[in-house]
Design a protein around this ligand. Structure first.
Ligand code: SF4
Length: 188
């Protein structure tokens, strides 16, 4: 790929589905189409770290935002993101363009427009007879996930202004269309 002096940030699992909670592997066709499109448009990729993989590993259960919204998780996100923010500063200082950041809607960490929440999703599951009522309490809320909130805060603190978009895991085709529009509209 030629140097296009354009950079985009992608949530880790968009490029490495292995990092996702096991049993949830939705990106089969999206990755190739997205990376081909970025390649053709000379947009370089920074793969963000996966905070859940780093903290909880591959045997983790699925979580909700309420479980990650505490100081150790947020401080860890800051540590994981420090290098990325430093790199963005350097790219911008040298005249490169940051197209934006693509997260994963619905994720408690990387959601952009949507994240999953529940005040009941916690505790010792074997002691809870009503698992179905706990499952029913999980809902999608129009907020960022914790990792994206931390990233946004760090960018603001460093006077870096970039747009965000989330992949809609329920509708890849439409999502890919929106992401292409996002890249076109935010490329110089
Ligand atoms: S934390 Fe983010 S990068 Fe990791 S699996 Fe979840 S959505 Fe993907």
């Amino acid at each position: 790929m030629q140097r296009g002096k354009k950079i985009i940030l992608l949530s880790h699992c968009i490029l490495n589905v292995n990092a996702k909670v096991e049993g949830f592997e939705p990106y089969e066709s999206l990755v190739k189409e997205l990376t081909d499109y970025l390649y053709e448009n000379k947009v370089g990729i920074i793969q963000l770290p996966c905070p859940e993989m780093a903290i909880y590993g591959i045997k983790r259960w699925g979580h909700v935002k309420d479980q990650f919204n505490y100081s150790f998780f947020k401080k860890s996100c800051e540590i994981f993101l420090e290098s990325t923010v430093n790199q963005l500063e350097s790219y911008l200082d040298a005249g490169y363009h940051i197209v934006g950041c693509i997260g994963v809607d619905g994720s408690p960490s990387c959601g952009v427009n949507l994240t999953c929440k529940s005040s009941e999703w916690k505790g010792e599951m074997s002691m809870k007879p009503e698992l179905s009522s706990i499952l029913a309490d999980v809902r999608m809320v129009k907020e960022k996930g914790v990792f994206m909130e931390v990233l946004e805060k760090m960018l603001i603190e460093n006077n870096i202004n970039i747009p965000f978009i989330g992949i809609n895991e329920e509708n890849f085709k439409e999502s890919l269309f929106e992401i292409r529009e996002f890249i076109v509209n935010n490329s110089k």
